[in-house]
Each structure stands twice: as C-alpha cells, then as structure tokens.
Design a protein around this ligand. Structure first.
Ligand SMILES: *[C@@H]1O[C@H](CO)[C@@H](O)[C@H](O)[C@H]1NC(C)=O
Ligand SMILES: *[C@@H]1O[C@H](CO)[C@@H](O)[C@H](O)[C@H]1NC(C)=O
Ligand SMILES: *[C@@H]1O[C@H](CO)[C@@H](O)[C@H](O)[C@H]1NC(C)=O
Ligand SMILES: *[C@@H]1O[C@H](CO)[C@@H](O)[C@H](O)[C@H]1NC(C)=O
Ligand SMILES: *[C@@H]1O[C@H](CO)[C@@H](O)[C@H](O)[C@H]1NC(C)=O
Ligand SMILES: *[C@@H]1O[C@H](CO)[C@@H](O)[C@H](O)[C@H]1NC(C)=O
Ligand SMILES: *[C@@H]1O[C@H](CO)[C@@H](O)[C@H](O)[C@H]1NC(C)=O
Ligand SMILES: *[C@@H]1O[C@H](CO)[C@@H](O)[C@H](O)[C@H]1NC(C)=O
Ligand SMILES: *[C@@H]1O[C@H](CO)[C@@H](O)[C@H](O)[C@H]1NC(C)=O
Length: 304
C-alpha cells in the first residue's frame, strides 16, 4: 500500500517537471532595447531550408498580435507595420522592430516547426530608459541627509555617494513606479562635523558608457548663522504680519458681506511676494535655508 503511494507521488512529481509536449521545449530569454533604435529578435539558429513555419505571438500591455510565415508562403501579420520578418544574410529569420517604442515592450513568443521538431521561445522584451539624476540636502529635524535619486530609469540604476570621511552611512531605497520605471534613492547621513566640502553622487546605468555624477557643494549651501537667524526672524515676523492683515481684511469683508473671492487672490499674491524676498537673499539655497534653520534652532534648543 505504502509503496504504491510512493510510486504515485513520484509519478506526480515527474509529470509536473517534464514538459507536457514531448517535442516542445520552452526556452526563455530577455532582451533590452533603447528607445528609437531598431530591434532584432532571433528565434532559432536554422535557415528557411529546414524550417516549415515560424509563428510570432506578441502580447504587449493589453494588445496582442501575431506574425506568421510558412517556408514558401506569404507573411500574415496583425502587428504594426514597424514589425517585420527579416532574413539575415546567413539565411536565418529574425523579427525586426523598427524604431523601438515603449509600447513595444511585452512578451514575444516564437514557435518554429522545422524538419526535426518544434521549438518554442519566450522573450521578455523591455525598453532601456535613461534615469534622471538629482541631488539635494534634506533634514528630518534631527539629522541632515544628502539625498540622491535616479528616477525614471529602466532598468534600475545603481546610485551611491562618494565622500571623504570613512564609513559613511548610506541607505539605498528602491521604488518601482506605476509606469514600470524605477526610482532609486541613496540617503547619505551627514555627520554633525561635516559642514563644508564637496560630495559626489555616483550613478551607473545600462544606457550609459561611463558612470555619471552630481556634486553637492556643502559650503555653498551653508548660509551663516546670522543670515539664518535674520531669515527666521524675518519670515516669522512677515508671516505674523501677513496673518494679522489677512485676519483684519477677512473680518472687514465679513462685515461688508462681500464674497471672499478677491480676498483669497490678494492673500496668495502677497504670500508669493514674501517668498520672493526670501529667495533674493540667498538665490540658490532658499530650500536648504529653511531646512537648516529648523535643524539649527532644534540643535540650539537641545544644546543649551
Ligand atoms: C548556428 O548553427 C551553425 C551551424 O548550423 C553553428 O556553426 C553556429 O555555431 C550556431 N550558432 C549558435 C549561436 O548556436
Ligand atoms: C493576449 O494574449 C494573452 C496570452 O498570450 C491572453 O492571456 C490575453 O487575454 C490576450 N489579450 C487580448 C486582449 O487578447
Ligand atoms: C526570406 O526567405 C524566405 C525563404 O527563402 C522567402 O520566402 C522570404 O520572402 C524572405 N523574406 C524576405 C523579407 O526577404
Ligand atoms: C531601421 O529600420 C528602418 C526600417 O526597417 C530602416 O529604414 C532604417 O534604416 C533602420 N535604421 C538603422 C539605423 O538601422
Ligand atoms: C532622522 O533620521 C535619523 C537617522 O536615520 C533617525 O535616527 C531619526 O529618528 C530621524 N528623526 C526623525 C524625526 O524622523
Ligand atoms: C524618488 O524617491 C524619493 C524618495 O523616496 C522621493 O523623495 C522623490 O520625490 C522620488 N522622485 C520621483 C520623481 O518620484
Ligand atoms: C567627525 O568627528 C568624528 C568623531 O566625533 C571623527 O572621528 C571624524 O574624523 C570627524 N570627521 C571629520 C570630517 O572631521
Ligand atoms: C567644490 O566644487 C567647486 C566647483 O563646483 C570648486 O570650485 C571647489 O574648489 C570644490 N571644493 C573642494 C573643497 O573640492
Ligand atoms: C549595480 O551593482 C550591482 C552590484 O554591485 C551590479 O551587479 C550591477 O551590474 C550594477 N548595475 C549597473 C547598471 O551598473
């Protein structure tokens, strides 16, 4: 009894692991193509003398098409006319995609019947898209970070930081976007005693021959404490005054029972004028200033 169960189990296992169709063998491959270039997909290393027919079935993000040809017959295609069968000079057939586009991404199944059997191949076809590199400073309130991200890339880029101090703390975050591109972010924690100098974000990607880098100059973005203090005081006073004026204005409007639409537009106008003033003081680093002002003021608090 027990041995027949073992035999049954072995039968189950072997029937699951061997191909259902004896002569069919499914091969898998993946290929990457740059947008705009001509893409060629090879299926089998055989010439038309040996081949009976070739069938390509393509499924692209919800759209299916096929292209097929018998050795001495015409080509039948329901694919876009950018997709064609093409004979290499050596006689082998290839699928040719002119000016590869994002919409050409998908699974390309090739089925070939030749004089000694069948051949099945599945090719996952994806586009190569260069990512966009950017770097900036960020503070979470108690720690400063240099943040570098390579977003929109396919496949994902490699991102890291190059710094002069030893054993830097770097955290790499990988995020997949809805459009199947990636957003890779490298967070470098800046030690408290690192306040000046250049650090470089280094990225590598399939689409680039060389590594690329973005340099952050820490001294440029470090406004002096006096400026930070002045800005903080200025912004605080300014926004307080603004609030006072707005409240008073609102109160008057209510009193006069007039629609508040004009009130709103005037309010935002004066706000943007305010932020422009801040920008003029430190044109390239107003974002960083605000971050640093938080950092510095909390450091003062904890330090005292
Ligand atoms: C293709 O077949 C030819 C002979 O038919 C052989 O010389 C060649 O190495 C094969 N190429 C590949 C990539 O298998
Ligand atoms: C496309 O083909 C796949 C199998 O390759 C099938 O699952 C899917 O339903 C087809 N989609 C359409 C829209 O015909
Ligand atoms: C490729 O070769 C086959 C067989 O010789 C022929 O029928 C077909 O027309 C050729 N295709 C092209 C695009 O030249
Ligand atoms: C790409 O393919 C198109 C159409 O098949 C052809 O006209 C063009 O010359 C090809 N471009 C390159 C760079 O091979
Ligand atoms: C800021 O980052 C540091 C280091 O990752 C972490 O220990 C700390 O909890 C964070 N602070 C806040 C307020 O998120
Ligand atoms: C990439 O991810 C980082 C961190 O998760 C985020 O701050 C940034 O806004 C993202 N970039 C894009 C373009 O989504
Ligand atoms: C920062 O301080 C640590 C010890 O607190 C020291 O080991 C390190 O060398 C300092 N780094 C720099 C760049 O001065
Ligand atoms: C930092 O880079 C700037 C140019 O971006 C350069 O002028 C400066 O000398 C560099 N500073 C250091 C310490 O390497
Ligand atoms: C990214 O880094 C990993 C491991 O260091 C490496 O295997 C991979 O090839 C790199 N990718 C690129 C695009 O450089």
């Amino acid at each position: 009894m027990a041995s027949s169960w073992i035999l049954f189990a072995i039968y189950l296992l072997t029937s699951l692991t061997t191909p259902v169709n004896g002569t069919h063998q499914q091969y898998k491959r993946s290929e990457l193509f740059k947008l705009g270039e001509n893409a060629s997909l090879s299926c089998i290393n055989k010439t038309w003398n040996q081949i009976i027919y070739i069938l390509w079935r393509v499924s692209m993000n919800g759209v299916n098409c096929s292209i097929t040809k018998e050795a001495h017959g015409p080509v039948y295609s329901s694919c876009s006319n950018r997709v064609t069968l093409y004979n290499k000079t050596s006689g082998e057939s290839q699928l040719h995609i002119a000016h590869f586009q994002l919409s050409d991404e998908g699974t390309y199944h090739c089925e070939v019947a030749y004089n000694h059997g069948n051949y099945l191949l599945m090719i996952a076809v994806n586009a190569i898209v260069s990512p966009v590199l950017s770097a900036q400073l960020y503070s979470n309130g108690s720690h400063r970070f240099a943040v570098c991200s390579a977003h929109g890339g396919k496949p994902a880029a490699n991102v890291s930081w190059e710094v002069w101090w030893s054993s830097p703390t770097i955290t790499v975050q990988v995020r997949s976007e809805a459009d199947t591109s990636s957003n890779i972010t490298a967070w470098l924690e800046l030690p408290d005693n690192v306040t000046r100098g250049n650090i470089s974000c280094i990225a590598t990607h399939t689409s680039w021959l060389d590594r690329r880098s973005v340099t952050l100059n820490l001294n440029e973005k470090q406004p002096s404490n006096v400026i930070v203090l002045l800005c903080t005081v200025g912004v605080t006073l300014g926004s307080g005054l603004l609030l006072l004026i707005a409240t008073k204005f609102l109160y008057n409007m209510r009193k006069m029972r007039i629609c508040s639409k004009s009130n709103l537009s005037q309010n935002t106008d004066s706000k943007s004028a305010q932020s422009q003033e801040v920008e003029e003081v430190e044109p390239y680093a107003s974002y960083v200033q605000r971050v640093n002002s938080i950092y510095n003021s909390s450091a003062d608090l904890y330090g005292s």
